[in-house]
Design a protein around this ligand. Structure first.
Ligand code: ZN
Length: 270
């Protein structure tokens, strides 16, 4: 069994603000690395022969490689074709999401956003609001890989369960920037034992398949952001702040949206 761990940052126990990236960067990186290690230990205990870890947050250079379990392989840095799902093409059997967060527009959820906090107001997949959990699970599904577990706060639970994964809660959000976390050691114990448990019954989990045609719609925070997006062939403006792209191939549509977000983020105040 080969397992991919996609590791984000906002859903790690003890993390409540992006200010912590500046104020206590190294400490947060250690907390993140330790939660990933807990998932690695669980995967190894369940019989995984190979664990691939993909650093999926911001610069994608957060995890401290020398503090990771020596058996893992780490994908870090950016740009990556599959971004938060880099490694999915490496013949894996299951995917685990650690440190994930609720989608943009979720009430009372730590650091809710979808891919880009600066431009994405909402992202819909075939008409249904989707967060990183769903969008990334669909990439896994494209490669016939099920997502078996998603860890983060309580605001993430509904989306995690909607893709058929087990949700592991490490903190309870009190607002967007405040949470009651369990102790990091308790979070690690919970993650390790749940990863071991779900991988032990991997056959119960199904890959998330999106049937074509695939329509992605992006609401952005300003009308100016849609304008450079229109350079993408096939992308259409559906409203002042809304762009849409349809294709039969999920990854093609996903890449068009990633390109659209990259273009939107080039817009500066005129
Ligand atoms: Zn992140």
């Amino acid at each position: 069994m080969r397992v991919l761990i996609s590791a984000d940052w906002e859903g790690i126990a003890g993390i409540v603000s992006w200010a912590q990236e500046q104020e206590e960067s190294m400490r947060c990186r250690r907390l993140m690395t330790a939660e990933v290690n807990a998932a690695v230990q669980g995967a190894l205990a369940a019989g995984a022969e190979q664990v691939i870890v993909n650093d999926s947050h911001g610069s994608m250079r957060n995890l401290i490689i020398e503090e990771l379990h020596p058996s893992v392989r780490l994908i870090s840095g950016s740009l990556k074709e599959f971004s938060m799902m880099a490694g999915i093409q490496m013949d894996v059997d299951a995917a685990v999401f650690i440190g994930y967060h609720a989608k943009a527009g979720t009430a009372r959820a730590i650091l809710d956003h979808t891919y880009s906090g600066s431009c994405v107001y909402a992202w819909r997949l075939n008409g249904i609001p989707a967060g990183e959990t769903t969008l990334n699970a669909a990439i896994a599904g494209y490669f016939d890989v099920p997502v078996v577990l998603v860890s983060g706060d309580d605001g993430l639970r509904d989306e995690a369960e909607s893709i058929g994964a087990v949700h592991v809660q490490v903190k309870e959000a009190q607002s967007r920037y405040s949470a009651c976390s369990i102790h990091p050691e308790a979070a690690r114990e919970r993650i390790e034992s749940e990863v071991r448990s779900v991988l032990g019954r991997i056959r119960e989990f199904q890959p998330l398949k999106v049937s074509p045609p695939v329509t992605m719609e992006l609401d952005v925070v300003s009308s100016a952001m849609v304008e450079p997006m229109l350079l993408i062939p096939g992308l259409e403006r559906q409203g002042p702040r809304t762009a849409a792209f349809t294709d039969d191939d999920y990854v093609t549509a996903y890449k068009a949206m990633r390109a659209a977000i990259a273009l939107a983020n080039t817009v500066r105040r005129g």
